[in-house]
Design a protein around this ligand. Structure first.
Ligand code: SF4
Length: 357
């Protein structure tokens, strides 16, 4: 993205009155590897701050910038001075896939050598600078045998939050759900037996695996209520609708920073909710809560150019997660009761919840 396009994108976003229904704004830089463009990101952030101040904009001091990095340049002066300058409004995620064996399967240098050692040395500094940081692990079919060792490794590196999800694409083979369930049960045993249940692992949540009443009808994601800008200044409801994210469909451009948003193209996104796009089996599902979908993947995998056809490729994987999740909570609460610590645990949970609220 050129400096000119970047500045015009900021001007466009700050000028949109309809966005101001939101009290704050989140600018996310998505690569490739964002830190390769640290000078440009630094310039955009400076420009954003100056413009918000000049315009007396309601988002001044109500903004956050963030990016996800492979972590290889995290220690460099350029990245560190950016962090120093923007610390209070900054959120950085380093992606590390797990053990060196797992990480080095996909995350390699051009010469084929693995990057694990160069990433892991930056993890302590990252945790020190962002004490509530979390990492994101995405699981596909071939990753299943490594899930347990990867999660344990990330726990032992001291990363406070481990967010994991399975890919939405239809990549799953027969039997993957059973293997997945077993990996999750092994992780549950590890977490509970080692008293690590205060660290967050998103596989396990008390909110998943329940029916959803028809009155709770939200869309899963914010597509249509957020904006993605590409290097040419085109606008998308989410980056998953840009051509580089799609396998079989054409990009869904809803405007550009010069001419603005075409409201007719945006309108279908504003009407999206759970019931309008889900098949009947999902509406009646006994374990529906926590079963996610991706609007871009729905569009890409649909038979026609609709965004109203929910992909259910993760169905068996979600059900496997629910079975393991039930195992986790049963085991944890039984242990806490035997040890007489359930009340203390519930009290801590209430305190954390009230801090978040
Ligand atoms: S995809 Fe499967 S598990 Fe998810 S809500 Fe639909 S029926 Fe339930």
């Amino acid at each position: 993205m050129s400096v000119d396009i970047a500045e015009k994108a900021v001007d466009f976003i700050l000028s949109q009155k309809s966005f101001l229904e939101n009290d704050s704004v989140d600018f996310e830089f998505i690569g490739g590897e964002p830190t390769l463009e640290m000078d440009l990101i630094d310039h955009i952030c400076d420009y954003l701050k100056v413009e918000m101040f000049r315009l007396d904009h309601p988002w001044f001091n109500m903004y956050r910038v963030g990016f996800t990095t492979n972590g290889l340049t995290y220690h460099t002066d350029k990245v560190q001075s950016f962090i120093e300058k923007n610390r209070k409004h900054l959120d950085i995620t380093i992606t590390i896939d797990g053990t060196s064996r797992k990480h080095n399967i996909n995350r390699v240098y051009p010469n084929g050598s693995g990057s694990y050692n160069d990433v892991v040395k930056n993890i302590p500094k990252w945790i020190e600078q962002f004490p509530s940081c979390s990492t994101k692990v995405t699981v596909s079919s071939e990753d299943i045998p490594f899930i347990k060792e990867s999660v344990i490794h990330l726990f032992e590196l001291g990363i406070p939050g481990i967010h994991i999800n399975v890919v939405f694409e239809n990549v799953w083979k027969d039997g993957d759900d059973r293997l997945f369930e077993q990996q999750l049960i092994d992780i549950a045993d590890y977490i509970i037996d080692n008293n690590r249940y205060t660290q967050e692992c998103s596989f396990f949540s008390e909110y998943i695996g329940k029916p959803i009443p028809l009155s709770k009808n939200n869309n899963w994601c914010g597509a249509g209520h957020m904006l993605s800008v590409d290097a040419a200044g085109n606008l998308y409801p989410c980056t998953r609708f840009a051509q580089y994210s799609l396998r079989s469909k054409k990009a869904l451009v809803i405007g550009n920073i010069k001419d603005g948003i075409n409201q007719n193209l945006l309108r279908p996104f504003l009407a999206l909710d759970r019931t309008t796009q889900s098949p009947q089996k999902c509406l009646e599902c006994e374990v529906a809560s926590g079963c996610a979908w991706c609007q871009g993947e729905n569009y890409d995998s649909a038979q026609t150019d609709t965004i109203y056809q929910r992909s259910t490729a993760i169905c068996l994987m979600h059900k496997a997660r629910v079975r393991a999740n039930n195992y986790y909570w049963n085991k944890l609460y039984r242990k806490l009761e035997v040890e007489g610590r359930r009340e203390e645990y519930e009290q801590n949970k209430r305190e954390v919840k009230s801090e978040i609220c």
